[in-house]
Design a protein around this ligand. Sequence first.
Ligand code: NAD
Length: 380
Amino acid sequence: MNVVVLRETQAGEARVALMPESVRKLIGLGARVLVESGAGLSAARTDDDYREAGAEISSDRSSLLRTADILACINRPSQSDLHELRSGSVVIGFLRPLDEPAALAHAVAQKLTTFAVELIPRITRAQAMDALSSMATVAGYKAVLIGASHIPRMFPLLMTAAGTIPPARVLVLGAGVAGLQAIATARRLGAVVEGYDVRAAAGEQVKSLGAKFLEVDLGGIKTEDAGGYAVELSDEAMNRGRDLIAKHATTADVVITTAQVPGRRAPLLITEAAVNGMKRGSVIVDLAGATGGNCALSKADETVERHGVTILAPTNLTASVPVHASQLYSRNITSFLTLIIKDGELSIDMTDDVIGPSCVTHQGEVVNQRVAGLLSAAHS
Ligand code: NAD
């Protein structure tokens, strides 16, 4: 049973799906692991590191694809890569099934079994497989460093012989995994931090990190679904949040936005008027750029300037921390693969409460109901 890892080809990508430590584990499960030459270089892992862990190295991408029983990837493979896989083989990675469902048409036609790490349920049993949390942790951390390096001042309170320097003020919107990591990182650097989220449960977590939680009266409406994710809010509820955010943004040096609603455009939290009210020299780091952005002026992967306010919307911050991002991701998918490799053979139990919900396509069908619904809505 061949597990294949290729060099990621998406522009700017530096992560690799499996690190050598995971190769060892997979070989222990009876798998053969084949790695494209150079796949780990950007994550500081050489072909020799993989060889030492027991992998076989090849420069022939096509033949690797043709021999794969499981293709482990970070980003969804290109259509031409998918095309070379054999029918019945497995693909696991960030496949973006809810954002770009049509891109998986090839996978259906070729009868590939595809697992989207975005769909791995956040149940206790699957915690070690939670790649969304791993990547959000890295992105939340890095967003603060980017913000800190952009502002024309320092983060901590400093009492010096030349006088006192007040701490920077950081506002974090969306207190999920990325937001909480951003809050923790900004606090470690000595900033005064405020956090905001529509989920009431986030309030306690924000406060436990030493930040202030911004409360907004949304009139007791439902703000989260059964899975603990935020739901799309009414215009009125959104406007109440935006007003509060605009007020607090006026004093912020760094605003980090992380708000997402799965499968929807990111909620618009910072209006153009709110940006106009911000201080010169302040910066917005918008982590929702890939799904439309939380700030009205964000442009994915571009730097926007508005009367001295810088707006950044990096869509793949995790790739800028490739060693640890790859390490976490590699562990996540290796945990998942232990569920579908038994005695060195592929064994897919679709009734399993982690495997079934994570599967997008299987045996020529779109098996995920949400993705199937999006596709049929797009066709009609
Ligand atoms: P996410 O990336 O989907 O969204 C980020 C944050 O944005 C969320 O906290 C969300 O509430 C917030 N948000 C959405 N719309 C908003 C709006 N209009 N205004 C302000 N904030 C808004 O979320 P995530 O980080 O993936 O976490 C989602 C949930 O899953 C959380 O409850 C988290 O604690 C939970 N979770 C559970 C586990 C687990 O139990 N294994 C692991 C990770 C996360």
